[in-house]
Design a protein around this ligand. Structure first.
Ligand SMILES: C[S@@+](CC[C@H](N)C(=O)[O-])C[C@H]1O[C@@H](n2cnc3c(N)ncnc32)[C@H](O)[C@@H]1O
Length: 327
């Protein structure tokens, strides 16, 4: 997401962080470029910043709340909110979401109630409610660094168009979008040999690829066909693909790793067979992108050269996106 944002003209990434639940990218956007981050498929939420502050020794939640919600800084943020979300009325409903990295320094709930008080004093006609029209978030995105913002997006941003049929173990669309981005510019067929409900195929199509998928489970094939009707989805085994050599431009997959879906036999052996098949069907110059907690070096065939790897957290578990060049 950081790289994608940084490549948009008029956007300058200023900082990054993690608040214990989500990765953060802080950026400045030129006036005419504000809409661009709102259409990124790798992003789950976009906020307009209200304020930032550092937490120091002996600090308390009330001081932090009043430093971060300063009326002269809130007003321009509210103008952006009104432009992007809906016109402001004199009376609005609001709620506050807080995330802190170290609960032992002070209670998240205390910071939340202090911010509610500060907002109620500043905006006497606003009413606290849940759900609310305005969501103010305050996050400790790095130890001792807090940022507050108004949420410009809602759940539709992270769900993209939504899946028609849900299936256990389905990938988050934003992660699928990141994997597809790492496969390079669209140039023909992007293939997922363990496609499940088709999340990667849907993201591939949205980016301009022709999407082909395989899954060993006939139920998954039926679901992927419903979720991504324009993709070609077949039943098959990723370990012995019914495909010609070098027939796809990229292979991208969220392979099973023994949580919701298990592999047949030993994991390292299974991975080496499947990676060899992915390398075989991918044309030289193409990319192979995999989501898996671990890929032993011995499982990677000689035709795949490691290009990048990104550690991510999914539902609190660390995993990795592995990117290979097909030589
Ligand atoms: C983690 S899930 C993929 C989820 C998918 N990305 C989604 O969003 O729904 C892994 C998938 O691999 C499939 N699978 C397991 N062994 C396979 C094999 N040998 N060949 C093809 N698919 C396999 C499972 O049926 C499962 O759908």
């Amino acid at each position: 997401m950081r790289r994608e944002l940084g490549e948009i003209p008029g956007i300058t990434v200023t900082d990054t962080g993690f608040d214990g639940r989500a990765d953060f990218v802080l950026f400045e956007a030129d006036r005419g470029r504000r809409d661009a981050p709102l259409s990124l498929r790798t992003t789950e939420d976009v906020f307009v910043e209200v304020g930032r502050t550092l937490r120091s020794e002996g600090d308390n939640p009330r001081w932090i709340a009043s430093r971060i919600w300063r009326p002269e800084r809130v007003q321009p943020a509210l103008s952006v909110w009104a432009e992007e979300v809906r016109p402001l009325a004199s009376s609005m409903t609001f709620r506050v979401i807080t995330r802190v990295l170290q609960e032992q320094s002070f209670l998240r709930t205390e910071l939340r109630s202090q911010l509610i008080q500060v907002i109620s004093t500043n905006k006497s006609r606003w009413r606290f409610a849940d759900p609310a029209q305005i969501e103010a978030w305050i996050s400790e995105y790095r130890s001792g660094c807090l940022v507050a913002g108004l949420r410009l997006t809602d759940v539709r941003m992270r769900q993209h168009d939504g899946r028609e049929v849900e299936r256990q173990g389905a990938l988050r669309p934003t992660v699928a979008a990141a994997m597809v981005t790492l496969a390079g510019e669209p140039s023909g067929v992007l293939f997922d040999p363990c496609c499940g409900s088709g999340t990667i195929l849907a993201e591939a199509q949205a980016r301009g690829w022709t999407a082909d998928g395989v899954d060993i489970d006939p139920d998954a094939v039926a679901i992927a066909r419903r979720n991504v009707p324009d993709a070609s989805v077949k039943a098959g085994d990723a370990g012995s693909l019914d495909r010609a050599d070098a027939s796809v431009a990229a292979s991208v997959s969220n392979v099973p790793f023994g949580q919701q879906y298990d592999v047949q036999g030993d994991m390292a052996e299974w991975l080496s067979i499947v990676l060899a098949e992915m390398a075989r069907v991918t044309r030289p110059g193409g990319r192979v992108v995999l989501l898996a907690p671990q890929i032993p070096r011995s499982a990677v065939p000689a035709e795949l050269r490691a290009r990048d790897r990104y550690q991510i957290r999914l539902l609190g578990t660390k995993t990795t996106i592995w990117v290979y060049d097909r030589t």
